[in-house]
Design a protein around this ligand. Sequence first.
Ligand code: ZN
Length: 93
Amino acid sequence: MLDLSLPDHAALPHAACPACRAEVLVYTDLDEDDKLVVRCLDCDAPLGEPGLQTCWTPDQAVEAGYPVEGWLPPDAGAGCSSGGCSGGSCSKH
Ligand SMILES: [Zn+2]
């Protein structure tokens, strides 16, 4: 798993992806020069340096129409039993 350095409250960095033409969740990765970049979770396009993105809570990401697979169960509200808490990504602590 990538360490997204999530703060106490779950925060999912997002950015505008030109390829996807949407606000997309991003993850941190290394580019070919071993520089930290964030990439589109959907198409892996590099979307700039980490730390410049604003963040959604998981709920906001769902509201934005993003399929937050792996972050929230299909039925929101059951989050704490799905293992999400161990990564600090659960908003229902
Ligand atoms: Zn994309």
